[in-house]
Design a protein around this ligand. Structure first.
Ligand code: AMP
Length: 420
C-alpha cells in the first residue's frame, strides 16, 4: 500500500535547482553592492522572544497582532519565528555593544522570514528579504546613501520600471500635532470609513493613510499634509535628503501619504515599487527609526534601514530559464574493469575545478552518450576494456563529433589545456 504523501505547508515554496541559479545571482549582486558601500553582514537566529517583536514592531501592527508564528516552549518561554529583521538586528546591536565599538555600524542581512498572511502571488508565509540597518548617523547623507544603495542593487540586477516614493514623517513632536489634525479632518467622515480604518482612527490615525480602498483614498485627498506639521529642522532634513538624491541623479516622487504609525519612526520614509508586479507591487520599504534602539533598551542611537522582498524581485525580473552551469566533461565508462579509472578521472578533473559527471547507472554506451549530450558537456571521455588495454581513452567533441585517442595518464593535463 502506498503511504500518504506529506505536502509542504501552504504559503511556503521549494526553490528547485532550475531556480536556485537566479537566487544565487541575486545574492551575489546584493553581497557585491553591500561590499562596495561598506556594509557588513549580520546573521541573527531564526527565532527570538515574542516580546522583542511586540515591542520592536508594535503590538497593534498586523504583523504582531495577527501574523506571527508563536509558541510556548517546554520551559514556558514565549517564542516567535522572526516576522521581520530590524528588531533582531537592533537586539543584536545592543546586546553585542556594537555601538560601543564603533560610532557608525553599517549592517546588512539576507534572511528568511515567517508571517501567517493569506498566500497569493508575491505573498508567502515563508519568504526572504535582504536589507540594511545603518546605526549612528542622524544626518541626511546617511538617508541618501541607504536609498542609493537600494536603487543600486536593483539597477545591477536589471530591474527597471521602478518608482521611488519618498516622504518625511517628521519628528515625534510633529507627529502628535499631525495626529490631532488628521483626527479633526476624519471625524466628519468617520461613518464612511471601513471598520479597519475606524479602529485605526482610535489607535493610530496615521495608519488610515495606508488604506488601499479607492473610496477612502478619495476622502483622504483633502486630508491635511504631514509636511504642514514638520518642524523647521524636519523640513531642512527632508530638503537636504532630496537635494542629495538630486546630486546623485536618483529620481523620486514625494508621496505625502507614505507614513509609518509607530513612534520610533522618524523623518525619512521610502518605498520602491515595480510596475512589473500586480497587486503586491512593493519591492522595498525603508525609513529612519531614530527612537528604536532606545525603545528596545539600548542607548539612544539614530538608525535607518530598508528591507526588500527577494521573491518579489525575482517575480519582477520575469522568467529566465538559466539552469546553472552545465557539465563540461562527461565520462562514459564501460565494463567493471573501467570503474576505478572512471572514478579516479572524475575526481582528478573535479580537483582541477572542471565540472565533471559520469553515469552511476552502469548503462549501455548508447544511453550514456545520450546522457552526455543532454548534460550540455563539451566533451565525452570514453573508457572501456579496449581503452584500458591500450592505455588510451577516446575523447569525443560533442559539438563536432570528432574523436581522438589520448593517453589515460595524460588525460587531466590534456583536458586542462582545452577550452571547455
Ligand atoms: P515589510 O517588512 O512588510 O516592510 O516588507 C518589505 C518587503 O518585503 C515588501 O516590500 C515586499 O517586497 C516583501 N514582503 C513583505 N511581505 C511579504 C510576503 N508575505 N511574501 C513575500 N514578500 C513579502
Amino acid at each position: 500500500m502506498t503511504k500518504e504523501f506529506i505536502q509542504s505547508i501552504k504559503g511556503t515554496q521549494d526553490i528547485l535547482p532550475d531556480q536556485s541559479q537566479r537566487w544565487q545571482a541575486l545574492e551575489t549582486t546584493i553581497r557585491n553592492t553591500m561590499d562596495t558601500y561598506g556594509y557588513r553582514e549580520i546573521r541573527t537566529p531564526t527565532f527570538e522572544r515574542t516580546e522583542l517583536f511586540a515591542r520592536g514592531v508594535g503590538q497593534e501592527t498586523d504583523i504582531v497582532s495577527k501574523e506571527m508564528y508563536s509558541w510556548t516552549d517546554q520551559s514556558g518561554e514565549n517564542l516567535t519565528l522572526k516576522p521581520e529583521l530590524t528588531a533582531p538586528v537592533v537586539r543584536s546591536f545592543i546586546q553585542n555593544n556594537l555601538g560601543g565599538q564603533s560610532t557608525i555600524n553599517k549592517l546588512y542581512y539576507i534572511d528568511a522570514l515567517f508571517r501567517r498572511e493569506r498566500p497569493q502571488k508575491g505573498r508567502y508565509r515563508q519568504f526572504h528579504q535582504f536589507g540594511i540597518e545603518s546605526f549612528g548617523s542622524e544626518f541626511p547623507e546617511m538617508d541618501a546613501e541607504v536609498i542609493a544603495l537600494a536603487m543600486s542593487v536593483f539597477n545591477d540586477i536589471g530591474l527597471t520600471n521602478l518608482t521611488l516614493k519618498l516622504n518625511s514623517i517628521g519628528s515625534p513632536e510633529c507627529r502628535s500635532d499631525f495626529r490631532n489634525a488628521l483626527r479633526d479632518f476624519l471625524k466628519p467622515h468617520f461613518n464612511d470609513l471601513s471598520e479597519t480604518s475606524q479602529k485605526r482612527f482610535e489607535n493610530n490615525p496615521l495608519r488610515v493613510l495606508d488604506t488601499k480602498a479607492p473610496y477612502e483614498i478619495e476622502i483622504l485627498k483633502d486630508a491635511p499634509n504631514i509636511s504642514d506639521s514638520w518642524t523647521g529642522e524636519d523640513k531642512a532634513h527632508f530638503e537636504e535628503v532630496c537635494s542629495l538624491l538630486d546630486a546623485m541623479r536618483i529620481q523620486y516622487t514625494i508621496e505625502s501619504n507614505l507614513v509609518r504609525g509607530l513612534d520610533y519612526y522618524t523623518r525619512t520614509t521610502f518605498e520602491i515599487t515595480s510596475t512589473a508586479l500586480g497587486a503586491q507591487n512593493a519591492i522595498c520599504g525603508g525609513g529612519r527609526y531614530d527612537g528604536l534602539v532606545e525603545t528596545l533598551g539600548g542607548k539612544p542611537t539614530p538608525g535607518i534601514g530598508f528591507a526588500a522582498g527577494m521573491e518579489r524581485i525575482l517575480l519582477a525580473l520575469g522568467d529566465d530559464d538559466s539552469s546553472g552551469n552545465s557539465t563540461q566533461v562527461y565520462i562514459i565508462g564501460l565494463g567493471d574493469e573501467a570503474r576505478p579509472s572512471v572514478a579516479k578521472l572524475a575526481e582528478d578533473l573535479r580537483q582541477n575545478n572542471i565540472r565533471t559527471n559520469f553515469d552511476p547507472l552502469r548503462r549501455s554506451i548508447k544511453a550514456q552518450m545520450r546522457e552526455a549530450n543532454k548534460s550540455g558537456a563539451t566533451i565525452a571521455v570514453i573508457i572501456g576494456d579496449k581503452e584500458l588495454a591500450s592505455g588510451q581513452a577516446e575523447i569525443k567533441d560533442l559539438k563536432t563529433g570528432d574523436q581522438e585517442p589520448v593517453k589515460i595518464k595524460a588525460l587531466v593535463d590534456h583536458i586542462n589545456s582545452l577550452t571547455l
